[in-house]
Design a protein around this ligand. Structure first.
Ligand SMILES: [Cu+2]
Length: 112
């Protein structure tokens, strides 16, 4: 799954040119979802870098999402063990929430 998803981004970058920043990004930064928390709770990345949302809980579902004027995503319900990559293509300061656990918050600061 990891290889397939990355491969998809590379293909899109080569063919479309729009996702070149994503293809050039460093290895994804892992955001763990465990015990109803995002770990870490804050992260600073550069525009075009990828966060990998992983459900590290044994039984709980998680559902990370972000809704803002400039950027949004939605992982859908994530089963334990599931991972979901998000390329942050727009600079800004964001708060990622979990649709299942309202107290879960992740600060993402995307620099240019
Ligand atoms: Cu959650």
């Amino acid at each position: 799954m990891r290889t397939g998803k990355f491969g998809l981004q590379v293909t899109a970058a080569v063919t479309g040119g729009l996702l070149a920043g994503a293809a050039l990004a460093a290895s994804p930064y892992t955001i763990s979802q465990k015990d109803r928390e995002f770990r870490p709770r804050e992260i600073i990345i550069k525009r075009g870098e990828t966060l990998r949302f992983v459900n590290d809980d044994g039984e709980l579902l998680h559902h990370a999402y972000l809704s803002s004027d400039t950027f949004d995503f939605d992982t859908g319900d994530q089963q334990p063990g599931n991972q979901f990559d998000v390329v942050f293509s727009v600079a800004g300061d964001y708060t990622v929430l979990c649709g299942i656990h309202p107290k879960m918050k992740l600060g993402v600061h995307v620099t240019k």
